[in-house]
Structures are given as C-alpha cells and as structure tokens.
Design a protein. Structure first.
Length: 305
C-alpha cells in the first residue's frame, strides 16, 4: 500500500461511507481465503470476486469485515453469492472492498495472487471510486445550485481519460495474474426520471447524472479493449428501477443521507438485476473445460518443476 495515503474514500455513489482509511494494512488477511487445491476426480470451477462496493454487496444485508484489514463487505445475497451456488463453482477468494479505487483493487489482486493463478472465473466492478461521484450527486441534489451541479458534471467528464487509463492498468495486471474468464460489470443508472421531480433530485438533474453514468460505463468498456476481460452491461436490467421508480432497486434512505447503502443496489437489484446480466456471460461447460486444462497444466508444471 506504499504511496496510497489514508483518506475518506467514497463508495461508488454515496455521499458518505464513514470509513476513513480503507487501506490494506500490509495486505494482512483478516479472514482465511479458500484453498486453491484441485482434485483429479472432481471438476471445480474456481471463482474470484474483486472490485468495489457494488461487488462487495453494499445495499444487501449488513456490513462485515472483508478478507483484508480495512476491507468492508456485506452479509446479504448478491450476484456473487448466486454465482457461488452454481453447479461446480467454488468462491476461493471474495476480495471486493467498498470504497476501493482502481489502484487499491490492483493491490488486492496482488494479495490474492494464488487464487487468481488457479481461477477459472473472475468478476469485478471498478472505476466508480476514481470519479468524485458522491460529491457530484450531492452537488446536483435538491438544495444545491445549478452552478455547483454543472461544475461537478464538467469535472466528471474531464476525468474520463485518466479513469480509462487507470481501469485499463488494473485490468492488465489482473490479466497477467490469471488465465480466467474476466467479467467486468458495469454500473446501473441510479435514477428514474420519468416520474418527475423527486425529493432527492429534479428530473432534469437525474437525467444529467444518468448521462454521466452512461459515459462512465462506456469509458470502462473501452478500457477492456485489448485485455482479456469482457464488459457486462447492467443498464437494461435496471431500466425503470432507479431512485424515483415505482419499484426501485436502488437504496436511498432520505432519513439518513450518510447511510453507506445509499445509491447502491438493493438485494432485489443484485438478484434480479446484476445476477441475470452476468449469468448470461457464464458458460459452465466452458469453464469446467478450462478447469480441466488448468489442472492438467498446473500438475504438469508441478511434476516437472
């Protein structure tokens, strides 16, 4: 973690997760990770989950410590728990951490290098915390000014080239560490503006923030080009389920603007939005074949090494 200073890190789109100094203190594991041993007789699809709060399940269940010091996850059901329950799939490392930016996710990946080396499937969300999204939402929320909103939106668009480079750098590192299928999941549109102005935000500003979110997703998708990762959009899955919708799949607690789950998917959002979107990109037969190849290859290296 050398070079990364302690700071208050915003989760993807919340005005305040109270977690100053979300750091990997010496990459010391706080909890045990699953072993990466394989059996000749059983095909096991080894699965590694990385990323930020959207991969850590924020919005579902309650907050718990993750596998490294300073890493926070949740106890609730999510797309990750559902993938782990698929036939033959074994979650060997769940190392997503709320509030982490691309550089920190890269360092987490280095900390689970043994699991990545044996992985057949990797999922992650990244890039949102490189954008000052919490401040941008706050600047465009009711009670703020048009000037503040426009100013933060301009800063957001201006940050996209650097964000693309940072996402690409982290994905290249993960590429180098694993032969797994890597699925980079996008972010949902957080607002539904078709029902007009809401207590939190006007319909106009909601559309402006959704447009910036679309640009963020396009930037992340562009960063996957030239890597071995694939981008999975969830925009369609969450359509008409943002804040302001009749059936919102995005949490927002008006009584507590500092709620760390604000503007994250609900349990329904993870299970009915994220999971079906990513499941379409998972071919268990192909992953099982990859596992057999991985086992044969690693066994050969061990035998001859």
């Amino acid at each position: 973690m050398n070079g990364i200073k302690k700071s208050r890190l915003l989760t993807l789109i919340t005005a305040g997760i109270a977690s100053a100094g979300l750091l990997l203190a010496g990459m010391a594991p706080a909890t045990a990770l699953a072993p990466t041993t394989r059996s000749n007789s059983t095909v096991v699809i080894n699965y590694v989950n990385l990323g930020d709060s959207y991969s850590a399940g924020f919005g579902s269940g309650s907050i718990k410590p993750g596998p490294f010091d300073g890493c926070l996850q949740t106890t609730g059901p999510s797309h990750v728990t559902n993938i782990d329950q698929l036939p033959g799939v074994k979650l060997t490392a769940d190392a997503a951490c709320a509030g982490f930016n691309t550089a920190q996710i890269a360092q987490v990946a280095a900390g689970v290098a043994p699991q990545l080396a044996e992985a057949d499937l990797v999922t992650l969300t990244l890039g949102g915390n490189n954008l000052q999204w919490g401040e941008t939402v706050a600047a465009c929320a009711s009670g703020s000014t048009a000037e503040k909103c426009q100013g933060m939106l301009k800063l957001g668009y201006a940050s996209m080239p650097a964000l693309r480079a940072d996402v690409r750098s982290t994905l290249k590192q993960i590429d180098a560490a694993t032969g797994a299928k890597i699925l980079v999941l996008g972010y949902p549109r957080l607002f539904t503006s078709s029902h007009g102005d809401q207590p939190l935000i006007t319909a106009k500003n909601a559309r402006a923030l959704n447009k910036l979110g679309d640009t963020l997703n396009r930037t992340i998708k562009a960063a996957t080009k030239g890597t071995d990762s694939s981008f999975v959009s969830v925009t369609g899955a969450f359509m008409n389920h943002g804040v302001g919708a009749t059936q919102s799949w995005i949490s927002f607690n008006l009584a507590n603007l500092e709620d760390p789950f604000n503007l994250h998917p609900t349990t329904t959002g993870y299970l009915n939005g994220y999971y079906p979107a990513v499941k379409r990109h998972i071919n268990l037969k192909k992953l099982a074949h990859h596992d057999r190849y991985q086992h044969k290859h690693s066994h050969s290296r061990h035998h001859h090494g």
